[in-house]
Design a binder for this molecule. Structure first.
Ligand SMILES: *[C@@H]1O[C@H](CO)[C@@H](O)[C@H](O)[C@H]1NC(C)=O
Ligand SMILES: *[C@@H]1O[C@H](CO)[C@@H](O)[C@H](O)[C@H]1NC(C)=O
Ligand SMILES: *[C@@H]1O[C@H](CO)[C@@H](O)[C@H](O)[C@H]1NC(C)=O
Ligand SMILES: *[C@@H]1O[C@H](CO)[C@@H](O)[C@H](O)[C@H]1NC(C)=O
Ligand SMILES: *[C@@H]1O[C@H](CO)[C@@H](O)[C@H](O)[C@H]1NC(C)=O
Ligand SMILES: *[C@@H]1O[C@H](CO)[C@@H](O)[C@H](O)[C@H]1NC(C)=O
Length: 463
């Protein structure tokens, strides 16, 4: 019985999967841009590649000649623009390089009977075609995986010129054995390609799918599923959940599905649902970090209202009566995790907090005097300017209700000027997706209404 329940449960968890809270869409336009950059990078790297020695033996009129080609280096390589295309099933890429020509140089050694000889050579390799198909997948722990599923390499022709030693003796026989050399080269191309794919896979394997954002939060970004490739774009779904580093717990809500807008004119889009923001909020809340003890020294000197019984006694006469001229403190804490909701025109935040006010007696003892529930709503506008995410925050509603009082009832909304509507620019903003190697060109920030979850489960889309 238990076994069958477990099996059903594990099947359920497989079938349902989990919705990604972050989606990255790479369009064909982005793929072509990436290919161009990669081709430049490969072209640069080619000059530094070292090749293993090629050894073999050829039969010429006099007998077998053992040869070794050493110190092979590329002197010139004109890498033609490769072609890269998405493959849908299985998801992956097909890369083709056609008509590649390479000029290489190196040393030769031959061993023919008792005669050892050597010198240098120049070789030209023409019409090299390489086609590689790579499959994308997901490892159990959410890593992206890449594997080579097919590779085909053809070398059209080679030309070799030997210099030095007794090269004049066997130069005439080049025609006879250059086919062998061409085969040797051809044989080595695909293993070389596969080795590179494997070392990229190893690199992916050791990469962390979770990054520490600050001393409190880590952001988990494992894949939620294998990448989905459509006709002209690839969609990668990531978990996008913030955890408290010290005590990671799952929040009591789940990521809802959202669809990314179809924008073939953009190269790369990153969409984030409000789940990501709410998981960060929950992580702070569950770590009891959303609380603040306010005392009078934190109130600006020019404020007309101060945190003392004389000042607040103007609104709560009994307070001044019972505790004449004493300082006060207020502990403000979140009653529940602040809730973010991404709307088409704004990001709205609802904060339910409690403010507990105490009087500080001359001997330091704190006496609680009243508790107020503080319900507030904020809305913020976000935009990208100069590659930085910027925003403004506006307080839309503040509702104060007296929850309990030791100093008689009073109308708590009659604190004039204590709270006011603010529109605050989020300072300098912060850099979006800018790294040493990649820079967003013409980033546009959009809040997109999506699918059937139009009302509550929307997404921020960075394109
Ligand atoms: C992965 O994370 C661990 C610990 O969080 C860290 O020690 C390691 O350097 C990270 N690896 C990479 C490749 O960032
Ligand atoms: C007010 O709080 C700040 C920061 O917690 C503290 O440094 C300061 O001593 C406090 N002032 C009083 C008067 O308690
Ligand atoms: C209380 O605040 C008022 C200003 O509102 C100030 O004039 C007064 O000195 C303060 N009293 C104490 C005890 O800090
Ligand atoms: C979000 O805030 C805006 C601006 O105050 C408001 O117009 C809108 O109704 C709010 N939406 C929700 C769902 O609370
Ligand atoms: C502080 O003073 C109050 C009232 O005078 C008294 O009840 C309380 O016990 C005192 N606390 C300490 C720690 O002395
Ligand atoms: C503020 O929110 C409360 C409920 O939370 C509502 O009754 C009140 O009408 C709102 N005030 C404004 C100005 O929107």
């Amino acid at each position: 019985m238990l076994l069958s329940v477990t099996v059903v449960l594990s099947l359920l968890s497989c079938v349902c999967g989990e919705n990604p809270a972050v989606q990255v869409v790479l369009t064909n336009k982005g793929l072509q841009y990436g290919k161009h950059a990669a081709a430049d990078w490969i072209q640069e790297r080619l000059s530094t590649i070292t090749f293993p020695d090629i050894t073999g033996s050829v039969h010429i009129v006099f007998g077998d000649v053992d040869y070794t080609l050493t110190g092979i280096t590329i002197v010139k390589c004109d890498l033609p623009e490769p072609s890269v295309e998405f493959l849908q099933n299985p998801p992956g890429f097909k890369t083709t390089i056609s008509d590649l020509s390479i000029a290489i140089t190196g040393g030769w050694r031959t061993h023919f009977g008792l005669i050892n000889d050597g010198g240098t050579f120049d070789m030209a390799i023409f019409n090299v075609d390489v086609t590689s198909v790579v499959q994308l997948g997901k490892e159990a722990d959410g890593h992206l995986s890449v594997s080579s599923i097919s590779c085909d390499a053809q070398v059209g022709d080679v030309d070799i010129e030997f210099h030095g030693g007794a090269s004049f003796i066997f130069q005439p026989f080049v025609e006879h054995f250059k086919g062998r050399i061409r085969d040797e080269i051809q044989k080595r191309l695909c293993p070389g390609v596969e080795e590179n794919i494997e070392s990229f896979e190893n690199l992916l394997h050791v990469m962390n799918v979770s990054v520490d954002v600050n001393e409190v939060l880590s952001l988990a970004l494992p894949l939620t599923d294998i990448p989905i490739i459509g006709a002209s774009s690839m969609n990668v779904g990531l978990k996008g959940e913030f955890y408290n580093i010290k005590a990671p717990v799952e929040p009591p809500f789940e990521a809802q599905p959202f669809t990314m807008p179809d924008k073939p004119s953009y190269m790369l889009s990153v969409g984030m649902s409000d789940f990501t923001l709410n998981s960060a909020s929950y992580a702070y809340f569950s770590a009891k970090l959303l609380q603040l003890l306010i005392n009078d020294s934190m109130i600006p000197a020019i404020s007309p209202v101060h945190l003392n019984t004389t000042s607040l006694g103007k609104f709560i006469p009994k307070l001044a009566e019972m505790y004449p001229d004493m300082l006060m403190s207020v502990l403000v804490y979140a009653q529940e995790a602040p809730k973010f909701s991404i709307q088409p025109d704004a990001v709205n935040v609802t904060i339910k907090a409690v403010a507990k006010a105490s009087v500080i007696l001359p001997n330091g003892t704190q006496i609680p005097v009243f508790t107020i529930n503080v319900d507030s709503k904020f809305s913020s506008e976000l935009w990208i300017d100069d590659g930085k995410l910027k925003g403004s925050v506006k307080m839309d509603n503040l509702t104060l209700t007296l929850a309990s009082s030791e100093v008689g009832t009073f109308k708590c909304c009659s604190f004039p000027d204590l709270f006011f509507s603010v529109t605050e620019k989020l300072g300098e903003g912060f850099l979006v997706l800018g790294t040493k190697h990649a820079q967003l060109v013409n980033s546009v920030l959009k809040k997109e209404k999506v699918g059937t979850f139009r009302r509550t489960h929307n997404a921020l889309v960075f394109e």
